[in-house]
Design a protein around this ligand. Structure first.
Ligand code: LR7
Ligand code: MN
Length: 584
């Protein structure tokens, strides 16, 4: 789509002499190499003049293209010998182990070490080589960068902010919005206000009570003035040239939602580690996010190079840009999601199913500290919070596939008298209003690799002892000679672990040792039968777990009826087999 030729990008520079760029040919100013050590280096947490990049340059907006501006004052940093400089890992003497341990829990990473590393340290430019030569449009939209945080560590919060200030073309960075999600730490109050007051582009929004990251991000979005919203976690380091490739994708199509490659800042030695190419965001059941390398086949088939955008079924959640108006058209996040978790699934399904696309942009790279644990407390139980969020997502977006979610260990969430997932009317109406596609479409078009059979097994239910098949006739159960043509012999074994035909499910009646048919209801644990539904096991029991782990479904040879009996691994009348099994 790009026009050829490099148009002028006129940059008006202040007296500040702190830009060092690789692409000197398009930057009409002299780069300063910064070799002299800075006097202030002993106090790494204090800002220096060269960090004040706020109004460094204003570009003339013209419709043309230019090479990605590799703005990076820190390529030649103030103090090349500083701790952790250039993204190097640091091994502290073991005599400091105690200090490291003492401060670890403040952030669940090496806070003691982080505090010694300059807030504007240089990191290696890990982009694929072609990225510095790539061109982007001159008239890209501007962005508001939104960091929400609760009790973030001072040095990592500052490093996040400085990496944005230093490595974003000023004319594209409208503002940085820090949303304080009701932090408890004093240093995040006046000291933070004071520190940030040096940077005209930084605004702080304070929430009056703990909202969680979803509603905190929404509070930031509500006051944002940029054309694009860029969300980042508050312990990141944006790499050289990170912003323009993201904005370029939105410029080309406002329904694209680009994410940077998320690289790793090591939680122990704080080194900046590059990650493998061709990784995409995926999920497995029950909606568990993960990374997955594109297959050789896929790469070959699509002729992909290392710098091509990678389509992602889901995003990790923390780092992405989105056209602000588009974000609102999509109805933002489900604001009923609490604290942490699941919102990445929600926004991903919403984007794909309602006409957008999620991509990872290899030329845009941001380091993130992956922590083993959340370093803040949850207002309610962590596990319950995440489960509830995921159940909301499943109910709104997964259609008939929601059984796969519940069926992977979340059966208990169906009992709404125990778990209140809140009102979903607004979300369901939104999906209708936006005329979003269904989840089947998503699976077929966006994530065909996902294994998502609607039931675990189906077909005839053969009893090994009787050598006959289960039959439902006029509301009762019996056995007949197996016949695939008879619908009365077709059952399925579902993710709810029901033995089901139509809307009827087989229910144990422990008092009379027999079985009945009742209407299926996922919330009723008594309808669940444990059956090893594996393609490799030929026949197996149906254990009525709710009655007892040792009670099994048995065929009665005398009158072709069904009964409950103590499980016996040698009794062939307790062994059953469906025609088809879909689960490994
Ligand atoms: O109540 C809260 N209020 C907040 O403001 C809880 C958190 N937060 C802030 C927090 O300070 C941080 O800046 O929200 C941000 C994200 O929280 P993290 O860093 O504890 O989350 P995470 O990195 O462990 O988890 C990932 O999944 C989350 C699910 O809700 C969010 O989407 C995070 O943004 C997301 N992080 C990433 O995508 C980075 C890469 C991780 C991976 C894979
Ligand atoms: Mn994080």
């Amino acid at each position: 789509h790009l026009e050829q030729g490099v148009a002028e990008v006129k940059l008006a520079i202040n007296e500040t002499k702190s830009i060092k760029s690789e692409s000197k040919d398009i930057l009409p100013f002299k780069a300063n190499s910064h070799q002299e050590p800075n006097k202030e280096q002993k106090e790494p947490l204090k800002p220096t003049a060269d960090l004040r990049m706020g109004n460094l340059a204003t570009a003339v907006r013209k419709s043309g293209v230019h090479k990605v501006l590799s703005l990076d004052v820190t390529h030649a940093p103030r103090d090349p010998n500083a701790v952790g400089q250039f993204g190097r890992g640091v091994i502290l003497p073991s005599s400091e182990d105690g200090e490291v341990r003492k401060r670890w829990d403040e952030g669940h990473f090496n806070v003691y070490l982080s505090d010694q590393i300059p807030v504007d340290r240089a990191i290696p430019d890990t982009r694929p080589e072609v990225c510095s030569q790539a061109v982007v449009h001159d008239d890209l939209p501007s962005t508001s960068v939104i960091f929400c945080f609760v009790d973030e560590v001072w040095s990592t919060l500052l490093r996040s902010v400085h990496s944005v200030l230093n490595r974003s073309p000023p004319h594209l960075l409208k503002e940085i919005i820090l949303v304080d999600d009701f932090s408890t730490k004093d240093y995040l109050k006046e000291p933070l206000d004071k520190y940030m007051s040096q940077f005209p582009k930084v605004r702080i929004v304070r929430l009056k009570e703990r909202q969680g990251l979803i509603r905190a991000r929404l509070a930031g979005a509500a006051v944002a003035k940029g054309e694009v919203l860029t969300f980042l976690d508050s312990h990141v380091e944006c790499n050289v040239g990170w912003l323009e490739p993201l904005l370029e994708r939105i410029y080309l199509d406002r329904r694209k939602v680009p994410c940077p490659v998320i690289e790793v800042i090591n939680d122990k030695d704080m080194s900046y580690m590059l990650i493998d190419n061709f990784q995409r965001g995926i999920f497995k059941w029950p909606l568990v996010f993960g990374w997955n390398a594109l297959s050789e086949d896929y790469i070959r088939k699509h002729n992909m190079t290392v710098s091509d955008p990678i389509r992602c079924p889901v995003m990790a959640g923390g780092l992405f840009s989105i056209d602000k108006n588009y974000f609102y058209e999509l109805g933002t996040y489900d604001s009923g999601l609490d604290v942490w978790g699941g919102e990445n699934m929600e926004i991903s399904f919403k984007i794909w199913m309602c006409g957008g696309e999620i991509e990872i942009i290899p030329c845009s790279r941001v380091g993130h500290i992956f922590r083993g644990q959340n370093p803040y407390s949850f207002p309610k139980d962590r596990q319950k919070t995440v489960e509830r969020n995921l159940a909301r997502v499943a109910e709104v977006w997964l259609d008939e596939y929601k059984d796969l979610f519940y069926g992977h260990g979340y059966h208990h969430l169906l009992d709404r008298s125990v778990i209140d997932i809140g009102n979903l009317t607004e979300q369901i109406e939104l999906r209708q209003k936006l005329k979003c596609k269904n989840f089947k479409w998503y699976l077929e078009n966006v994530y065909p690799e996902l294994d998502a059979p609607l039931v675990k097994a189906e077909g005839l239910v053969f009893n090994q002892g009787l050598r006959k098949c289960l039959t439902m006739f006029k509301g009762s159960l019996s056995f007949e000679t197996c016949d695939l043509n008879k619908q009365s012999q077709h059952f399925s074994y579902t993710w709810m672990r029901h033995i089901r035909q139509g809307d009827l499910c087989i229910a144990p009646q422990p008092n009379v040792n027999s079985l009945s048919l009742v209407s299926c209801d996922g919330a009723k644990p008594e309808l669940r039968w444990f059956h090893r539904s594996s393609k490799s096991t030929v026949v197996d029991h149906f254990i009525a777990e709710f009655v007892s782990h040792h009670t099994c479904l048995e065929a009665e040879s005398r009158d072709d009826s069904l009964r409950l009996s103590p499980c016996d691994s040698n009794n062939s009348f307790q062994k059953w087999q469906f025609t088809h099994y879909y689960v490994q």
